[in-house]
Design a protein around this ligand. Structure first.
Ligand code: SF4
Length: 65
């Protein structure tokens, strides 16, 4: 499974990287940077799912199995 962030939608609100700092780092402009591609284990997949639900502009999506 992979997690994708649509940076055109992202408003740099920070919920993803503040709540899931293992999965997302923040770049110098305030955009999230995914740290695992693909996701390596089930814990990260759960975090990705939670991040996709908390993102206020639905910029985070999951792809694959
Ligand atoms: S939660 Fe969504 S809008 Fe906020 S920084 Fe993350 S991807 Fe961007």
């Amino acid at each position: 499974m992979r997690v994708k962030v649509d940076l055109k939608k992202c408003t740099k609100s920070g919920e993803c990287y503040y709540n899931h700092p293992t999965l997302f780092k923040v770049d110098s402009e305030g955009f999230p940077v995914v740290q695992f591609d693909p996701l390596e284990d089930e814990d990260l997949e759960i975090e990705a799912q939670q991040a996709s639900e908390v993102c206020p502009v639905e910029a985070i999506t999951l792809e694959g199995d």
